[in-house]
Design a binder for this molecule. Sequence first.
Ligand code: PXL
Length: 280
Amino acid sequence: MKRILTIQDISCFGKCSLTVALPILSAMGIETVILPTAVLSTHTLFSGFTCKDLSDQLQAITHHWQQEGITFDAIYTGYLGTEEEIDTVIDIIARFRNEKTLVFVDPAMGDNGKLYPAFNEAYAKKNASLCAIADIADPNLTEASYLTGKPYQETWSEKEIKDMLLALADIGTKTPILTGVSLSDGKTGAMGYDAATRTFFSYQNDRIPAAYHGTGDIFSSVLAGAFVLGMDRVAAMKIAADYTAQTIAETLKNPENPWYGVDFESVIPSLVAAVQANQV
Ligand code: PXL
């Protein structure tokens, strides 16, 4: 069985970061080791959330794993609370990485042109240094703008998306994958760039006109899992984008309409079926 280490916070309530990554990756048949960076009462889009930083535990936990000889096929990072924490994570990656380890970075720090409340530009710059060592990084267009210093726009042409991917590759990411990319009216999906072969690749599905929190974490978890399972990149983007769309469609049916996170749980069976159909 493949084994992945995922490093991100636990937002106890709110369906994001570890509370979606762990169930999704487990459902995909991947042994999922977690390194919680902080425990929050809710994610940071609620007001008045509590936060217990666990930064001082990260080195002790990972040194114990090294003593035990524990290794990982992949390391997947998500929301990280502070610049210092990013430095610690870069060190942990260096200690566990070998030539076969897949390093997947979701530089989760903003959306809709803005950084999340806890972050500033210095944090975004530091996040670029983590993306620099990634095999794959999957920012949305807001995050990509902050990572590259290119201005954010409401709409993007295909040429502008490609330029953004080239700018992300210039930072050092081997295969940047931009999320929330619309290549034609009524469609949305992702576009990536393989710096080694200088090729672009993309996947689009129908856009559902609704936005919910946590969908970026769901997309990243499935995408990271699909790459770990050895799927080719378009198949990986398809399984991640289709599942994310299903979670949104499911949530729209829910009369309680929970803004804080999507009903990803009820469509896990279709994710499992898609993984089985893509068995490599
Ligand atoms: O969904 C990304 C995320 C993860 N963790 C925390 C967050 C957010 C986004 O706001 O606040 C704590």
